[in-house]
Structure formats: structure tokens, C-alpha cells
Design a binder for this molecule. Sequence first.
Ligand SMILES: Cc1ncc(C[n+]2csc(CCOP(=O)(O)OP(=O)(O)O)c2C)c(N)n1
Ligand code: SF4
Ligand SMILES: [Mg+2]
Length: 289
Amino acid sequence: MVNTGNVSQKKVNLSNLCYKYMRPEHLPHIWCPGCGNGIILRDVVQAIENLGLNRDKTVIVSGIGCSSRAAGYVDFNTIHTTHGRAIAFATGIKLARPELEVIVIAGDGDISAIGGNHLIHAARRNIGLTVVVMNNNIYGMTGGQYSPTTPRGEKGTTAPYGNIDRSFDIAELAYGAGASYAARGSAYHARETISLIQEGIRHQGFSIIDVASVCPTYYGRKNKKGDAVNMMKWQRDNAVTAEKAKNMTREELKGKLVIGLLHEVQYPEFTYEYDELIHRLAREREQHE
Ligand SMILES: Cc1ncc(C[n+]2csc(CCOP(=O)(O)OP(=O)(O)O)c2C)c(N)n1
Ligand code: SF4
Ligand SMILES: [Mg+2]
């Protein structure tokens, strides 16, 4: 079924998980051999399973992109929206039905280019969404244009001589804007990523888990990164835990992938405060009548 790569997973019965949550009528999936998206989708589903969430109260929202096809493959309440607007739709759903667990799955382009404004304002509000970014550092679906996370110097079809923009760190961007939970995982680090997504879902407020994916077809090929296995090995060999990164200099962190919990702070969640406001105004009106 989904492409799971070769990461060994103790205590995970993959076939049961696929059986329970996949929509077989929407398979085969569109992802290329070696794409990291299947692994990350499995991580999301495993986190949901581990938390024992009620699937009828779980909503998956996506935009448009290779990554965003994820919403169609899993059997929750899902909505495949327009490019860049997944967070806007998710915000509406959460405001209307705050008791639902709303999870956004998005690409790096979707969430930080066309959808960048929605990202920073949802983070600023600290609305209770969990955003999982399948970050392949490129626009996969449209053929390899460079995205806001393409590292400086690397190539895309729209940057044939190397990208001269500085790239966004999506997790830090969201945290800077007000997100109260920010973490990073990778396709290689499946076990860690599952637990980061779990904690992100449990967290009350806006959570973002930026997950380094693998796109051998465009990003890998254009930048001579080797095949999918080589790209996964790069993640394995260059990952630094968030804990260790605290004691490293900017120079030492160049070219490294910092994974783990980056930030967690507590402040009131938006729909809770909104509800409080409505109740306070209703009480005040009653007193004046
Ligand atoms: C409003 C709008 N603009 C542009 C597009 C074309 N488009 C579709 S997907 C995409 C980028 C996909 O990149 P990303 O979000 O990183 O997802 P990936 O395919 O890499 O997973 C673009 C520009 C569109 N569908 N709608
Ligand atoms: S183009 Fe890249 S991101 Fe899209 S499915 Fe293929 S490998 Fe995955
Ligand atoms: Mg992308």
C-alpha cells in the first residue's frame, strides 16, 4: 500500500494500520518510488492510532501538492482544498466545531509561499490546529520549481543556476509568529516523528511539525543527491537533536538537520478564548436586560 521505506518499526503492525485507515478505492497513490510522503503519512496515522483518537472526530485538511494528496488516502473526515488555503479551511472547521481534532497536512510551498500569510496568522492566534509539513524543499507536483525552503545555492527549474534566496525555517517562522509548539522530524526518523506528531496533537494551541521529506524525482535529481536511499542516509548522518543543537554554534549547525522538540510554550488557545468571550458578552447582556 503506502510506500514505507526501510525504517524498521518495532511494535507497529503496518498491515493492520493500512487496513484500518486507508481508503483502498483511492489507491494506488500518486507518489513516486522512494518519495518520503508515504512514510510521513504513516507517521501521522500511527500518532492518531497511538492517541486512540475517534476517527469521526478527526479531520485531515490539505491544500494542493504531491503532499496534499495525503488527505484523500486516509479514512477520516478529510477535505482536499485549494493551494495554500488549507489553514484557512482548517480554521473555519475548528471555529465551528472546536471539539474536533483538526490536522493539516501540507507541502513546504503550500504552507510557506502562497499560504504563508495564513500560517503566520493562525500561529499568532494560537488556534488549536496541528500542522504537519511534508517538506521536500521544492514544488514537487508542478515539476521542481524552487520553494521558500530550497536551500540557498541549490537548484530548481526556476533556479537553474542556483537559488539566491535565503530559505525559511518553517518551524522557527511559525514559532516566531506565535505558534506554541514547534518541532522537526524527518522521513528517516520515523519513531521520533510519530512521537513529535503525537505531542503536537495533544498540545492545546497551534502546533507545527516540520518533517523533512525526500523527493528523489525533482529535488534529488536536480541537486545530484543520489537516489532515495542516499537521501535518507543523508538525513540519518546529518541529523542533530534539538538538545545537542543548543550547544552548537551557527557555523557548526550549517548543513545539519535539527530534529526534535524546538519550542513548547503554554498560552490560551483561540477557540477557547473566543468561546469565553461569547459567554462573557451573553452574561453581560442578561445583566442589562
Ligand atoms: C492558486 C494556485 N496556484 C498555483 C497552483 C499550482 N500548484 C499546484 S501544487 C503547487 C506547489 C506544490 O509544492 P508544495 O506545496 O511544496 O507541495 P509538493 O508538491 O512539493 O508536495 C503549485 C504552485 C495551484 N494549484 N493553485
Ligand atoms: S515528485 Fe517528489 S514529492 Fe512528488 S511524489 Fe514524486 S518524489 Fe514525491
Ligand atoms: Mg514541496
